[in-house]
Structure formats: structure tokens, C-alpha cells
Design a protein around this ligand. Sequence first.
Ligand SMILES: Nc1ncnc2c1ncn2[C@@H]1O[C@H](COP(=O)(O)OP(=O)(O)O)[C@@H](O)[C@H]1O
Ligand SMILES: [Mg+2]
Length: 242
Amino acid sequence: MAIVIAVANQKGGCGKTTISMNIAGALAREGNYKVLLIDADPQASAMQWRRNSEESALPFDIQPFPHPLLHKEINKLGANYEIVFIDCPPGGGGSSAPSGDVSREICLSALRAADVVLVPIRPTPVDYHASHTLLPMIRDVAFLNEKLKVFIVINGKATGRTKLGEQAISFASDLFQIEGAYIRVLQNEICTRQSFAQSPLEGKIVVDFDGTSKAADEIRNVTEELVQCLVNANEAQLTSAV
Ligand SMILES: Nc1ncnc2c1ncn2[C@@H]1O[C@H](COP(=O)(O)OP(=O)(O)O)[C@@H](O)[C@H]1O
Ligand SMILES: [Mg+2]
């Protein structure tokens, strides 16, 4: 059974596609994992990214599946892989979104399918507020999917010293809490860097675009921390089950 990581946040432009493509890429390229990325966004940005790429420039597979039945199909889709990412659509998570809204249904389905939800958040007050509306959805899904773990990653931090940047991790840790749910804010952050915006135009992930760049280092660090967090969380679960 593959580990399923849904990258979700109803805020458009917070970096879901950037983060899912680059972490999927780092795990495949440098961890040698067999990785599938499911493009669950009807806007199909991940598919577009791949179309910009020369044949086989990406070290993992991408498959479009923008449907609310993802949780039922996930075992079949991920059968030949060790890790499956789901790049979720924006706009679906708010508590004000009507049921029947397609993005919302896809996002719910992805969360039901997932072992892990990775939530990229830009460290601005407007983005914190918008991202916060994902919490009721996570709470609802946590009842159906007890194994679900939530990791938040700060994306798009200013490279210089700013108050918002320096407080991002502690602010997000205070804000994103649900009683009984497993939520952690990653200690490694991702800054605003040109390579993240430029690499998709060549169909590349940052570790291939410029492997010695700060962007590539940040992706490696976040990926390593995510893997370590998963190992720790599973050990804690095993211990508490004994
Ligand atoms: N850390 C970053 N540094 C620079 N540009 C970024 C960063 N993260 C995302 N972007 C850019 O911001 C835009 C939106 O990112 P994207 O990953 O498509 O967001 P989402 O999938 O959440 O809508 C894209 O043009 C992307 O290249
Ligand atoms: Mg996207």
C-alpha cells in the first residue's frame, strides 16, 4: 500500500502544485521512491507542467483524476507506487462552500484517501485567515479517516528578515489546532525564490533545474523533515497501540 499525501488548501496560489511537484520530485529523484502524482485539480496545472517538460524529464508519473471518487479508486491508482501525492484543487474547503461544489467534493475525497494532508500556507494575515477555513473540513474527515495526519508547511516566506516571516511557524502552530487531530507545523520553511516560478516553464523540478540552489536545498530539507515526521508519527501510533 502506497503512502498517500494530499496537498490541500482552498486558497489558490498558496503553492499546492509547486510543493507537491517538487517534494514528489525530490522523493523520486533523490530517495529513489516510486512516486505517482494525481492531478485532482480540474485546472490541471500539474499536467501542464509535465507538458512543458521534455520526454521523461520528470522522475515520477502524473495522472489526472479530478473526480470526487478518488477515495474509492486510490488503491487501484496507486497500486504500483510507494508514494502517491494528490494535488488538490483550490476553492473547495470553505465551510461556506455548498455541498455539491465539485472542488469541495474532490478535496473531501482526497482527504478521505490520504494518510497525510500537507497544507502549504503563505505567511500573511489574509492567507492565514483563508487557510483556516480548511479546518472544519479536516475535522469532519478525521472522524471518517482516523489515520489522517496534518502537516503545515510555510511557503513563500520573504528572504529578508521580516516580522511576519520570523513569526510564521509559531503563529501557524497557534492558529491551526483541532482537538483530537494530529497537526504539526514543519520547522523547515520555503522562501519566495525565482527558481520555483521559473522551473515549471521548463517542465522541471527545482532539484533538476538548479540542484545547488537555495530552492533545491529548501525542498530537500522539507522533504527530509516530512519523511522523519511520518516515521515518528507512525512509531508513536504503534507505541500507543501496544
Ligand atoms: N516559494 C515560491 N517562490 C516563488 N514562486 C512561488 C513559490 N511558490 C509558488 N510560487 C508561484 O506562485 C504561483 C502559484 O503557485 P501554485 O503552486 O500554482 O499554487 P496553487 O497550486 O496552490 O494554486 C505559481 O506561479 C508558482 O510558480
Ligand atoms: Mg495548483
